[in-house]
Design a protein around this ligand. Structure first.
Ligand code: ADP
Ligand code: ADP
Length: 210
């Protein structure tokens, strides 16, 4: 299969990071994630202020900052999985001008489950891998001991981020549906079940294209 160009769409906590890892391991494509890039540059001075100021409030970082991150990453990528971008209509239109997509996979998960997933999320600072206090702790104690909680995974900020998603990002579902790119994946299953459905959808979309 030629290098797929995949967009993972879904609310915070839907499993985009978790499934991106499967995609990278299976297809060897580039993982383009604005969230990780911004976390690594939280205190960067931009003409709008520091990314940290927006992220800690659960708000979107201004479009020119994220668009620049994505432009640079796309220039180096053949196939890719986009995770956490675009998050509003203006970013989607920008992306449209800079890349072709094979599939937009929408990970569909209900709000209460998202709150449980996000407040229980823990991150390995060395690898960036995501775990969960109830659903998915590492077997290795050395890894378990070094896990941290993201600043924005507190219940209050999580609710704000879900509201920001409903207002800004949700309309993209229809945008990609109209373009015939959208595949809805039942995200409220085990990670392995989600991956199985996602893999089948990706392979179907790329086969249709060839
Ligand atoms: P996103 O990148 O969409 O915000 P993550 O992949 O970081 O989401 O997942 C959010 C949290 O939910 C993490 O703690 C992760 O371990 C957990 N998680 C991911 N997929 C599932 C799933 N299918 N079932 C239960 N928990 C999951
Ligand atoms: P999640 O796990 O909630 O999907 P991310 O790691 O993707 O979170 O994003 C964390 C924060 O980084 C967001 O709440 C937002 O402040 C900022 N961010 C990430 N991607 C974008 C984007 N495409 N546009 C604007 N802000 C973004």
């Amino acid at each position: 299969m030629s290098n797929p160009r995949i967009l993972l769409l879904g609310p915070p906590g839907a499993g985009k990071g978790t499934q991106s890892k499967n995609i990278v391991d299976t297809y060897g494509v580039e993982h383009i994630t604005t969230g990780d890039a911004l976390r690594a540059n939280k205190d960067m001075e931009t003409e709008y202020g520091k990314p940290r100021e927006f992220m800690e409030a659960g708000d979107l970082v201004p479009d020119p900052v994220v668009n620049e991150i994505v432009t640079a990453a796309l220039a180096d990528a053949d196939g890719f999985v986009l995770d956490g971008y675009p998050r509003n209509m203006s970013q989607a239109e920008f992306l449209d001008e800079h890349a072709d997509l094979d599939i937009v996979a929408f990970l569909d998960v209900g709000r209460e489950e998202l709150i449980k997933r996000l407040t229980g999320r823990r991150v390995d600072p060395e690898t960036g891998d995501n775990y969960h206090v109830e659903y998915d702790m590492p077997e290795d104690d050395a890894i378990a001991d070094r896990l941290v909680q993201r600043d924005d995974d507190t219940e209050e900020t999580v609710r704000d981020r879900l509201d920001v998603y409903d207002e800004n990002t949700k309309p993209l579902i229809e945008f990609y549906e109209e373009r015939g790119l959208l595949e809805r994946i039942e995200g409220d299953q085990t990670p392995d079940e989600v991956w199985e459905d996602l893999r089948v959808a990706i392979e179907g979309a790329v086969a249709d294209d060839e």
